[in-house]
Design a protein around this ligand. Structure first.
Ligand code: ZN
Ligand code: ZN
Length: 228
């Protein structure tokens, strides 16, 4: 059955967004090779000038889209309004970004979505990061283990906290339940803001033996300041 574009409502064939809306999305066409922030037009690939990736445990961030309209609406719909199809779309957009223009997706062995605490998972019914991770892992030819990471404490939502509180909030929030010796792992999350959440999980993954850890996200908050 032909679908309707999740953004404009027009017929979109077999795709979840129509071609026009897809082209208009705030894609990060060329991102910093470390922190994933968009590079200014004309700047050659590599680290950004202000790159200060202070995210412990993370080798590289890959972000598909800038967190602004309409991406912010998609994220809110996926997280707070039970619209799992919006999470699926974010996953497909991330997969498209990873695959690049006909290129290969970055290689990794295992994709680990940022886990939700069981209480929150119970209320929401699904983990949006796990939904986003599925197409991303497919693009990378990697397996997904949504039970590799476990949230030990039900931390309050990061979105309501100031930067320094976020760091304290997630420290030691994660446990890893399997041996990751010699594996290259990619963490998947919906949005990277300060990066403290993915960094805390990365530290736990490394303790379990992970060799290389990247963080892949559908959207990245871009501010004048690099992430800390
Ligand atoms: Zn559309
Ligand atoms: Zn950078």
């Amino acid at each position: 059955m032909p679908l309707r574009c999740l953004l404009c409502g027009l017929a979109s064939g077999a795709a979840m967004v129509c071609r026009g809306c897809c082209e208009d999305l705030p894609w990060i066409v060329s991102g910093c090779s470390r922190c994933g922030a968009p590079l200014p037009p004309g700047v050659p690939p590599g680290p950004c000038a202000a790159c200060d990736l202070a995210l412990r445990g993370i080798d590289r961030v890959r972000a598909a889209l800038v967190y602004e309209y309409p991406v912010d609406s998609l994220v809110a719909a996926a997280k707070f309004h039970g619209r799992v199809e919006c999470a699926r779309l974010l996953g497909e957009l991330l997969a498209r970004h990873l695959a690049g223009d006909g290129g290969d997706a970055p290689a990794c062995d295992l994709v680990v979505p940022v886990p939700l605490h069981p209480d929150r998972l119970g209320r929401r019914g699904y983990n949006q990061a796990a939904v986003i991770a599925a197409p991303a892992a497919l693009a990378a030819g990697a397996a997904v283990d949504q039970h590799a990471g476990k949230r030990r404490v039900n931390t309050p939502p990061q979105s309501g906290l100031a930067g320094s509180d976020r760091c304290v909030n997630v420290r030691a929030a994660f446990a890893v339940r399997r041996d990751l010796e010699e594996l290259d792992v990619a963490i998947v999350d919906d949005v990277i803001t300060t990066g403290h959440t993915v960094s805390a999980l990365a530290v736990a993954l490394r303790r379990a033996g992970a060799r290389r850890v990247e963080a892949w996200c559908a959207a990245r908050v871009v501010s004048a300041q690099p992430p800390r």
